[in-house]
Design a protein around this ligand. Structure first.
Ligand code: UDX
Length: 429
């Protein structure tokens, strides 16, 4: 099938590339000329495991191309994906400017029956909005249908998530478009959930908010475990065997971050309130998350009072491992709080250092985990990169001013560290 993907951000680039890998003929469109020229040269603007070779392979096979010419890409496409950004406004609403703009431009270019697919996370009702915008401009000249097809890609495993999804959700009013999308995804082995557009849009929010709820829930349980002498990891294991609960998303930490969970939770609180329902539970999830970041600072303070003048080595700045993404990163928030208290920081992250320099004025950046810890009164682990597990802790101990580690991700082994003479504190154990 011939596919156009509008917006080469995270979702667009992964979607376009993976669809090309399923042997569709895909054109990815973006307004940023520089980005498109880089993509044409095979340079990938985002850090995502496995994406670069896939882009190269499919581009070389002639199935994947990049352009700034939206009209040309849409004109020949049978399926057009909208994967533009929907940033949060200050009020917590999703900003639909790019979505509306894309819909108008698509309408100008459509020729022949086209399925327009809304993949961005958008408030319930947005698929209809896109439908209306295109309808008004087309005035019946060409047939089209608009479908909601939310994505569930995680940064760091997006390619794998796309190619091996737990489910594919298609929200549509028309049989023809359902047929087209079923055909498009024929190469994937996953249950299809075929539903109406509003339900499809709601599935995305409800799923992300539920996963965020799991994280806040286990963080709350971790805090209680600390107080009563239980080990949250044992508790999560014992809970996870219950199939109704499952093992996933029960890792306590410094709070959830990233481009989706915080934004989607806030947007769902806003959607609920506009619909006349006060979503207290989800407000609580967000509050617990904010509190969790402050509690991590308190953990550090208990070992380093006063914070002013203390030297802290920081391991990890990205919002989670295997990404260079700093959006709403708890690590960055915690570093800012510590800097605000007058602590001096030396930070290291395997991928997010370049972006971090602008986010954390006043912090020093180290070239490796050892340099970050050198001379530190305390080492604070904030992101669960595997690299930190393989550090030579004997050598590390010799470098630190005081051998104290606060591990907000329960990444390291307390027994080994204590045996080496470290003071170690994790979360919930
Ligand atoms: C999420 C959803 O998982 C994905 O389906 C959706 O499409 C986009 O949002 P992502 O933001 O890439 O993906 O990250 P995810 O792996 O879900 O983690 C989100 C946050 O929760 C991270 O800050 C992570 O560190 C935290 N988390 C996750 C925990 O603290 N504990 C856990 O057990 C799981």
């Amino acid at each position: 099938m011939r596919v156009a993907v509008i917006g080469t951000g995270y979702v667009g680039l992964v979607t376009g590339t993976c669809l090309a890998d399923l042997e569709h003929e895909v054109t990815c469109v973006d307004t940023e000329r520089e980005k498109i020229s880089r993509l044409k040269r095979g340079e990938i603007p985002i850090f995502e495991v496995g994406l670069e070779p896939l882009v190269k392979r499919n581009a070389q096979a002639g199935r994947l191309s990049f352009t700034t010419d939206l009209a040309a890409a849409v004109r020949t496409a049978q399926v057009v994906f909208i994967t533009v950004g929907t940033p949060s406004t200050d009020a917590g609403e999703a900003d639909l400017t790019f979505l509306k703009g894309a819909a108008s431009q698509i309408a100008e270019a459509i020729e022949g029956y086209t399925v327009v697919v809304n993949k961005s996370t958008v408030p319930v009702g947005s698929t209809r909005l896109v439908q209306r915008i295109i309808e008004e401009r087309l005035e019946g000249m060409h047939e089209f249908e608009v479908v909601s097809n939310p994505e569930f890609l995680r940064e760091g495993s997006a390619v794998n998530d796309f190619l091996h999804p737990d489910r594919i959700v298609i929200g549509s009013e028309g049989q023809r478009s359902i047929g087209v999308l079923t055909e498009l995804y024929r190469g994937l082995n996953a249950p299809l959930v075929i539903t109406d557009p509003a339900s499809a849009e709601m599935i995305k929010y409800a799923s992300n908010a539920f996963l965020a709820t799991k994280v806040s829930y286990i963080n709350a349980i971790a805090n209680i475990c600390e107080a009563v002498g239980a080990d949250v990891r044992e508790v999560a294991l014992g809970m996870g065997y219950d199939k109704r609960i499952g093992f996933e998303f029960l890792r306590p930490g410094p709070g959830f971050g990233g481009s989706c969970f915080p934004k989607d939770c806030r947007a769902l609180v806003d959607i609920s309130s506009k619909a006349g329902y006060h979503f207290r539970l989800l407000e609580g999830v967000l509050e617990v998350n904010e509190e969790q970041m402050r509690l991590m600072v308190e953990k550090v303070r208990r070992r380093l009072d006063p914070l002013a003048g203390a030297r802290i080595g920081v391991w990890g700045l990205a919002f989670k491992a295997n990404t260079d993404d700093l959006r709403e990163s708890p690590a960055v928030r915690i570093c800012r709080l510590l800097l605000g208290e007058g602590a001096s920081l030396a930070a290291y992250d395997p991928a997010a250092m370049e972006a971090a320099a602008g986010e954390l004025p006043g912090a020093a950046f180290a070239k490796d985990p050892y340099e970050a810890a050198a001379g530190a009164d305390l080492l604070l682990l904030l992101t669960d990169w595997d690299e930190f597990k393989w550090v030579d802790f004997r050598r590390l101990k010799g470098l630190m001013a005081r051998p104290v580690i606060v591990d907000t991700r329960n990444c390291l082994d307390p027994l080994t560290l204590r045996r080496l003479g470290f003071e170690y504190e994790g979360v919930g154990r």
